[in-house]
Each structure stands twice: as structure tokens, then as C-alpha cells.
Ligand binder design. Structure first.
Ligand code: BGC
Length: 485
């Protein structure tokens, strides 16, 4: 009988790569698992990789501030700082019925919002999950789908006679992708983000495309405003909490909006708008440090995500933060440990080796998550390691977000007086401790005064916010104020 090859080990190849080997027989049920100590050693290594020191954060804030300024000064910058033509804060007295269509990163939502004044409202909505095909097919088809859903929604939810013959309901279209705007009801898609790639859309006016679909499907709705989810959140949050100065979305994508004095937006000086007027700016900060990659601490996992994405080089800041990517960062680290022979030796790992197999919201400390989705056996020590790793990646995302918020706070001089930051999105709402980590980050940047900046769960910007903006726009135009924008 030849001697048995049973056991585990690893050899280093001439290329420096490690080849893990494990041999078992039909009689063995037990699988080799990493010891608690090995996992603790690995965790220390990843702690170093994913931790951002306060000094480093302050450097990022400075670069961020300069980038924001550049975007306000000149058109077509990497962080485009888009003037939205949403003027000033809502009064809370906006009233009426408005439709809202919200094309987000994951779902399409259709809403009817009744603004009752005094900061009160009622909302009825339907949600449709978008398929991967819809995200990639011809853009006009995507807008046709939005129009069809809106038509069905109106037919089922609005009683007969609500919309009179020949009349149209005002519609706010929340389109949460970077669009440069010449007017509030115009938006030229700069680039798709969040994995979308619908053809024949980039560089075109999505408002005109959607209007075309509304016409084809005979929908009694008049598109009055194109709105980013952050701008909607800023306005909706202020409607219910007037201390709000900034809004941030931490969802499939990541972005912020705030209110700027028109006189401080040099690139729109030619429009002749009063310098003292206030206008919401959609920062599109997810693009910070794109292409050049000079300022952000990117790891090799971040680089893999970027290079294998449908938009390499783009949305560099977003790729370190948003919900779309956090699970993938975690999965890539786990795959590295599989390759090194530290994890799941002797088990079939092909399921976990599929890109984006990991759901960010997945409960990585629940053993059923691994058995159910990946057919993998885990030990308590391993699951504790995954949980700690998920915390590190989430903490880095929160601290980087704090840098973005700090850049706006310091540009606008909000630190002394303090302000509220309306925040929304799956990451903010579901990732354990995310808000606390953002607050810690702000204190690391500003010291004790950082406590003056407080994030809170915002009001629904893409539905309610969109309706308020549609209403504010109507009131403004009825008054004859800047009617051409
Ligand atoms: C988009 C932004 C949006 C953010 C959050 C980003 O990918 O570019 O327009 O606000 O996601 O949804």
C-alpha cells in the first residue's frame, strides 16, 4: 500500500503564488478549518489595510474641498457640481397632487404624492424591480417601461375624473445619475453609474426621451422637473426638519447635495440669476478622484473591482463606499484567503468565487448564510472573522463619507453653528453602526466640534422630495421668476 497523501499543506510556486493542497478520503467527514489564532493574525493585517487615520482623512478633506470648488468654477469637471435650478428651501406650505417616477439603482418606483401643507403629505406608491437586461438594453425601451408602469399606476390608483379630459398631472422625474442641466426640466446624461449601461442614452437629454415615451403611451402627465435623489432628499428633509443643510445618499450609489449661493457658482454667472439667490447643487461626489486616483487610499481589492467594472476608472469614491461594492470587497478578501489555503480547504468553493455573489446586507456571522447560498461549512472563529472584516470595510466607507461631508461643511462654514445632514439609502439604514462611524469620523476630522454635525434618517427624497420640487417649480414659474430655467 502506498503511504496516504491525507492532510493539508501549501507550496509556494516560483511565481510567488501559493498553491494550497488538501487530501481526504471517503471516511473523513471533518474539514480542516483555520484556527482562531490564524484568523486573528489575518484580521490584524486587514485592519492596517482598511483603516484611515485622522491625518489621512484631513488630507482627503482638503483635496475634496479643492475639487468641489473647481466643479463650481468650470463646466465639465470630474466632480461636476451640477446646478439643479431648484431655488431656495421649501416653505412647508407647498400643496397639491403630484406624480413622481423614481428610477433608482435597483427599483423603479411610481408615486402619487398629495402635499397637504404645513410639512404634511400623503403618498401612494408602486415598486417594480428592474431586471439586469433592462439596465443594459436600449434607453428608449427603459423609458417606455417607466411610462407603461406610470400609466398602469394612474389607471389603478386615480379615481375616474381625477385627471380631467385633456388635463395632465405635474410629474417629477427622479433620475439618479449624473445629468448636466440647462433648465430644471432638462438633463443630459453625462454617464451611467451603478452598473447601468442602457445604450443610446449617454450624452442625450433624458427628459426629452421620457417625454417621448409618455406621449407614445398616452400618459396624462407633464414632466416638470428632472431631480436627483440627493436634491430630492435635501428638499424633502428640509420640509420636515428646517435645520437640514446637506443630504447624502448611501445606497447602491453614493452622492450628496447642498444649497449654494448663486454668486458663488462662477460657471453660471452668464445666466443673470441674482447672486443672492440660493440653488441646490447636486455634487455627484461619487466621481471624486476618478481616473487619476491621486487622493484616495485604494487597496488591491478596490483596483480589481474598478478594473472588472463596466466603467473602469470612473466613480472612484463611490466604489469604495456604496452598497453595490462593499459586499464584493469582502468577497474578494475571502477569495484571497481561499487561494492562500487559509479558508475552506477541502471544500468546493466555486459558488463563493462568482463575482458579486455576496450581498452586502448578508449576515456574514450566520452559518446558514454560508451553507444555504454557498454550500460551505464555517466555524464560529471564521464567522467572527468575516463579521470583523465586514465592520472594517463598512467603517472605511463611513469615514470616507465623513470626509465628503466635512468638505461641504468647511466650504460653507457650517461647523460652528452646526447642521443636520439628511441621509438615506440601504447602507445608511441597514449597515449596523454606519451612522455612528460617520459621526466618529467627523470628530476625528474636526475634533469636538465635529459633534455639531449630525446625520439623521431623511425623508423620502425621490418620492416626496420630487413632488415638493415639482410644486416649488410651479409656484416659481407662476410668479414669473426665472421662467426659462
Ligand atoms: C449617481 C448619483 C446618485 C447616487 C445615489 C450615483 O451613482 O451618480 O446621481 O445620486 O448614485 O443614488
Amino acid at each position: 500500500m502506498p503511504t496516504s497523501r491525507r492532510g493539508s499543506g501549501s507550496v509556494t510556486l516560483p511565481t510567488g503564488q501559493v498553491l494550497a493542497i488538501h487530501t481526504r478520503t471517503q471516511d473523513e467527514g471533518d474539514l480542516p478549518h483555520a484556527t482562531k489564532k490564524t484568523m486573528a493574525d489575518h484580521l490584524r493585517k486587514y485592519e492596517t489595510i482598511f483603516t484611515l487615520t485622522p491625518q489621512r482623512m484631513r488630507i482627503v478633506v482638503e483635496a475634496f474641498k479643492e475639487t468641489l470648488e473647481l466643479g463650481l468654477e468650470k463646466p465639465k469637471q470630474v466632480v461636476p457640481m451640477i446646478p439643479t435650478f431648484v431655488f431656495d428651501w421649501p416653505t412647508g406650505e407647498e400643496t397639491g397632487d403630484f406624480l413622481a417616477v423614481d428610477l433608482g439603482g435597483t427599483n423603479l418606483r411610481v408615486c402619487l404624492v398629495t402635499l397637504q401643507g404645513n410639512g404634511k403629505f400623503e403618498i401612494t406608491q408602486s415598486k417594480y424591480r428592474l431586471t439586469e437586461e433592462q439596465k443594459q438594453e436600449d434607453g428608449q425601451k427603459l423609458f417606455d417601461f417607466c411610462a407603461e408602469c406610470l400609466k398602469t399606476f394612474i389607471d389603478t390608483n386615480l379615481g375616474e375624473g381625477t385627471v380631467k379630459e385633456g388635463e395632465k398631472l405635474p410629474l417629477g422625474f427622479t433620475f439618479s445619475y449624473p445629468c448636466s442641466q440647462e433648465r430644471i426640466d432638462h438633463g443630459e446624461l453625462i454617464r451611467w453609474t451603478k452598473g447601468f449601461g442602457a445604450t443610446n442614452t449617454e450624452g442625450r437629454d433624458v427628459a426629452a426621451m421620457f417625454r417621448e415615451s409618455l406621449k407614445t403611451h398616452n400618459v396624462p402627465a407633464e414632466l416638470t422637473a428632472i431631480i436627483n435623489d440627493t436634491t430630492g432628499t435635501l428638499i424633502a428633509s428640509s420640509y420636515v426638519n428646517p435645520r437640514t443643510r446637506i443630504a447624502v445618499i448611501f445606497g447602491t450609489g453614493c452622492n450628496a447635495a447642498y444649497m449654494e449661493r448663486v454668486g458663488d457658482i462662477p460657471k453660471i454667472k452668464n445666466l443673470g440669476i441674482d447672486d443672492e439667490a440660493q440653488m441646490a447643487i447636486n455634487c455627484e461626489w461619487g466621481a471624486f478622484d476618478s481616473f487619476e486616483h491621486e487622493h484616495l487610499p485604494r487597496t488591491k481589492y478596490d483596483q480589481i473591482i474598478d478594473e472588472t467594472s463596466n466603467k473602469p476608472g470612473e466613480q472612484a469614491f463611490e466604489k469604495l463606499i456604496s452598497g453595490r461594492y462593499l459586499g464584493e470587497i469582502l468577497r474578494l478578501v475571502i477569495c484571497e484567503l481561499i487561494d492562500e489555503g487559509v479558508l475552506f480547504l477541502g471544500q468546493n468553493t466555486y459558488k463563493i468565487e462568482t463575482a458579486y455573489a455576496f450581498d452586502t446586507a448578508g449576515t456574514v456571522d450566520d452559518h446558514r448564510y454560508f451553507t444555504h447560498f454557498f454550500a460551505l461549512e464555517t466555524t464560529l472563529a471564521e464567522r467572527q472573522f468575516f463579521r470583523a472584516l465586514a465592520k472594517l470595510v463598512g467603517r472605511r466607507a463611513a469615514r470616507l463619507s465623513a470626509c465628503g461631508i466635512a468638505a461641504i461643511v468647511s466650504r460653507m462654514g457650517y461647523l460652528e453653528e452646526g447642521c443636520s445632514v439628511g441621509a438615506d439609502g440601504s447602507l445608511y439604514n441597514k449597515y449596523p453602526g454606519f451612522a455612528d462611524r460617520v459621526h466618529e469620523g467627523l470628530q476625528d476630522i474636526f475634533g469636538d466640534k465635529g459633534r455639531n454635525i449630525v446625520t439623521y434618517h431623511a425623508e423620502d427624497g425621490s418620492g416626496v422630495g420630487s413632488a415638493i420640487i415639482a410644486s416649488m417649480t410651479k409656484i416659481r414659474k407662476d410668479k414669473g421668476l426665472y421662467v426659462n430655467v
